[in-house]
Design a protein. Structure first.
Length: 128
């Protein structure tokens, strides 16, 4: 068994690039590209952070509407947001990605009205 103990990984050619070879050795990717840049377990309607990474605070923007504010900004608004809800809701969306926040909206199962839902969000993309 081998073990690596370190406080920092630095790429040899470029400090921010650490290349990882796939399981089948057919492909490589940059380690930082595959990391989740932000996640949060949010309680509504109290806008309470249960547990998180890279979330500074949240805003309760009304019933079924919440904004997650990042600690470290994204490089652009073109990132992927994944959301899981804790109840039977058929519609949710992040209407506008930007570099500092992600807004979340959730509607009832019938889609007729907004509803407060505890939720978990994960953001994949490039940090600034």
């Amino acid at each position: 068994m081998s073990e690596i103990i370190t406080d920092k990984l630095t790429g040899k050619a470029s400090a921010g690039n650490v290349t990882v070879t796939s399981e089948g050795s057919a492909a490589t990717f940059q380690l930082q590209q595959g990391l989740c840049k932000c996640w949060n377990f949010a309680k509504q309607p109290s806008a309470t952070i249960q547990d998180s990474f890279n979330v500074a605070s949240m805003n309760d923007d009304g019933t079924g509407l919440m904004t997650h504010n990042y600690t470290n900004n994204m490089a652009n608004g073109e990132y992927s947001a994944q959301l899981s809800l804790t109840n039977n809701v058929n519609q949710w969306w992040c209407p506008d990605g930007n570099t500092t926040t992600t807004k979340v909206q959730s509607r009832t199962y019938t889609g007729s009205s907004y509803t407060d839902q505890d939720h978990m969000i994960a953001i994949m993309g490039d940090l600034a």
